[in-house]
Design a protein. Structure first.
Ligand code: ATP
Ligand code: MG
Length: 180
């Protein structure tokens, strides 16, 4: 499984449609300070179902919508679409390519789509949890978080690695079984 492309429109600093294409392996985004590199990562977290404004470096969830700038007026909605290559079947849907999309209107609320069909947040989360991706998982390491990892205790580090490796759901199932 690898990320194929990310398309953003009206999300944070990206007023017009902006498309990023990724190759398998390592990809880098470079640019001057304030040019929107972290916003690309925020878009990735957001389309994967990120909840809570602080996860997206904003004061409110609506801060993800382009607020105007460089002579352009504010927009009424943000939309991000992520296309994932699923030829190895990591995600439990019978498609070699999976598209996840999230749209938010300034009136509030988010709409999700999986391969163009309306979906609930829980559908997106369930699809991603098997692949160790998604909400509250540390497959995305933000600016400043690295310090936390380097200076954390051995137990904290182990927890992060286990989360990134997708072991958390097994632990949850294990403790569920234990308490039965
Ligand atoms: P650095 O190298 O300092 O980490 P960066 O490339 O990661 O910078 P970002 O943090 O991604 O930069 O982008 C910051 C820019 O995004 C700021 O100019 C900010 O005004 C703009 N921005 C963030 N949210 C919005 C929004 N809702 N509408 C318009 N612009 C926004
Ligand atoms: Mg940054």
């Amino acid at each position: 499984m690898h990320l194929k492309s990310l398309s953003v429109r009206g999300f944070k600093s990206f007023a017009s449609v902006t498309m990023f294409e990724f190759e398998p392996g390592l990809n880098a985004i470079v640019g001057p300070n304030g040019s929107g590199k972290s916003n690309v990562v925020d878009a990735l977290a957001w389309v994967l179902g990120a909840q809570g404004a602080s996860a997206l470096r904003g004061g409110s969830m609506k801060d993800v919508i382009f607020a105007g700038g460089s002579g352009r007026p504010a927009l009424g909605r943000a939309r991000v679409e992520l296309v994932i290559d699923n030829t190895d079947g990591s995600l439990a849907l019978p498609y070699t390519e999976i598209s996840l999309a999230r749209t938010m209107f300034s009136a509030g609320g988010s709409d999700y789509e999986i391969n163009g069909n309306p979906a609930r947040l829980s559908d997106v989360q369930e699809l991603l949890s098997d692949a160790g991706l998604g909400r509250e998982l540390h497959s995305l390491v933000g600016q400043g978080q690295l310090d936390k990892i380097l200076h954390g205790s051995a137990a904290d580090r182990r927890e992060l690695i286990e989360e990134a490796a997708g072991l958390v759901k097994y632990r949850k199932r294990q403790s569920k079984t234990a308490t039965r």
